[in-house]
Design a protein around this ligand. Sequence first.
Ligand code: FAD
Length: 322
Amino acid sequence: MILGVIEYEQSTMTELSLQMVTFGRDLAEKSGDEFVGLIIGASDNAPLIGELGRYGVAKVITAAHENLKDYAPVAWANTISQVIDQTQAKMVMAPGSDQGNEVMAHLAARSDLPMATNCAAVSADDLSRITRLRWGSSLMEEAILTGDCKLITIAPFVVEAAEGASHAEPAEESFEPTLSDQDIQVRLIRKEPDETEGITLKNASVVVGGGRGVGSPEAYSVLEELAKLLGGAVGCSRVATNNGWRPHSDQVGLTGTRISPELYIACGISGAIQHLVGCKGAGKIMVINKDPEAAFFGKADYGVIGDLHEVLPAIIEELKAQ
Ligand code: FAD
């Protein structure tokens, strides 16, 4: 059995969770294993189970306990460990998100099981052989995980989320873990939404990103205006975050958010590998940079060589005129 730890927000599976389920379901089909979804601590399991059914998952385990009501990584890890003991799962996978990596690291440490993060492939003939992305995806590492159960997280955007061929309602099995207050030493106290009118960096169909070339926090107002006109969100490079021009929640990249808009408009950003990792899920990329040698042009579908302070107002004017 391959177990997939489901990540959700307000009873909806996250994009990375849908990708992980697609990855796990397809792997299990090829390896002849069963893929089982594990939902931990959800206040309402029904919508998540329905979603898993659409993604071709035939069985779901739902774990509930007083100490799982809020996200608590140690309690989640302890719960998964108990589910492994009961099911003898060969592999447990989670999305390669902050949460997924955190829970799996706790699980690996407490259960002494081998773990690999950021996996891009697993051999269907031998689940211990994995390929993972390293150095901001510039290196593919092949590794062998030795242990009865292998723990992995799936690198974001290595597969596209796709519904399953069958849409049957999955069989549900409830599980009540044994947990104590020790398991909630680390827990979620408060969640601060990084949303602007419901559009976030993660769900925006258009992202307008700005880097050092924007020059000041005030100058982001023109990016904000363009993003608003296009119904999108504003992102930034790490230089902008480091300079205190934008909050970290706006940062795109290896140590920021991985985005997958239909269009990413990158303004005054050079295209360092650590930034590119964060926007490689974008459908189309448009680069505005005054340096024709900027590396980002090599990844661009559309490129404008020019000063963003002139190009952006011109685009805005044109859009307003339409
Ligand atoms: P620069 O590289 O300085 O580029 C500025 C660009 O703006 C230049 O190409 C310039 O030609 C152009 N420009 C200047 N003025 C104008 C103008 N008026 N009009 C148009 N173009 C103009 N970076 C991230 O972004 N996200 C990450 O998550 C991230 N994680 C990292 C993790 C690690 C471990 C490390 C080591 C680095 C990380 N970085 C990350 C930093 C990354 O390596 C780069 O330093 C950073 O992305 C550069 O930001 P930038 O493109 O804004 O600045």
